[in-house]
Design a protein around this ligand. Structure first.
Ligand SMILES: Nc1ncnc2c1ncn2[C@@H]1O[C@H](COP(=O)(O)OP(=O)(O)O)[C@@H](O)[C@H]1O
Ligand SMILES: [Mg+2]
Length: 230
């Protein structure tokens, strides 16, 4: 089976002073359709850089990124944007909800990037919010929601376009651990139900344990966690 997403021999550095700091060094990742992977690693090890390269937000200095076998790095910028819009869902540490839109309206934002939302879209948004335990918060503005509720809306929004892959960068890092793990369960359940792949960057081993595999980014490369501990 062709992997959903496959990165091979990625290199990425950033200029610093006279030299270059190498962040990714011969980094590989292969993700099957519907598979979930947790990525751990110390702060500054390059986890966000890796996600940026995998999602076409940043270009690697070397290597290959393929989506269902198609070379992403050879696509034009507008094709990459369309791919990201149609196939990916994102959850960040900060929710990035629109402050002047209600929870329900925030869910319709990714739909609006493609077309005018219709009654079915509103129904999908309601259903998603219900599943996230926010049935009575649909018409609240983000400022009227708790941190955990805001992040629930962000999780729901990531699934609005029925993505093939959801990327989450320390999604619950700002919440109490118990609340974070509760949301992690909802996130993994939604991804499984949809058959979407899931890449979650996290510092929490409890959250990582919910993924099919855990990889650790060290010295610019991803390794299985047991290899790192050995
Ligand atoms: N746009 C950038 N310009 C220069 N250096 C960067 C940039 N983005 C990240 N870095 C550097 O790359 C390293 C990895 O950063 P990052 O990917 O954010 O790590 P992590 O997400 O694992 O904490 C850090 O040393 C950071 O300072
Ligand atoms: Mg980061």
């Amino acid at each position: 089976m062709t992997p959903l997403l496959e990165a091979s021999a990625l290199f990425k550095g950033f200029p610093r002073g006279e030299g270059v700091v190498e962040v990714l060094h011969d980094c590989d990742l292969s993700l099957a359709e519907g598979e979930s992977v947790a990525i751990m690693g110390p702060s500054g090890s390059g986890k966000s850089t890796l996600l940026n390269v995998l999602t076409g937000l940043d270009r690697p200095d070397g290597g290959r990124v393929a989506w269902r076998g198609t070379d992403l790095l050879s696509l034009k910028a507008d094709q990459v944007s369309r791919w990201r819009r149609d196939e990916l869902g994102f959850i960040f540490q900060f929710h990035f909800l629109m402050p002047d839109l209600t929870a329900l309206e925030n869910l319709l934002v990714p739909v609006r990037l493609r077309r005018t939302p219709n009654a079915d879209d509103v129904e999908s948004a309601r259903t998603l919010l219900d599943h996230m335990g926010l049935a009575d918060r649909r018409d609240h503005l983000p400022g009227e929601l708790s941190g955990g509720e805001q992040q629930r809306v962000a999780v729901a929004r990531a699934f609005m376009n029925e993505p093939s892959l959801v990327m989450a960068d320390e999604p619950f890092g700002n919440l109490d651990r118990d609340k974070g793990l509760e949301l992690a369960d909802l996130l993994f359940e939604r991804a499984r139900r949809l058959g979407a792949g899931l890449v979650v960057v996290t510092h929490d081993p409890g959250l990582a344990a919910r993924a099919d595999r855990t990889l650790v980014l060290t010295d610019g490369r991803l390794a299985a966690r047991d290899e790192v501990q050995a």
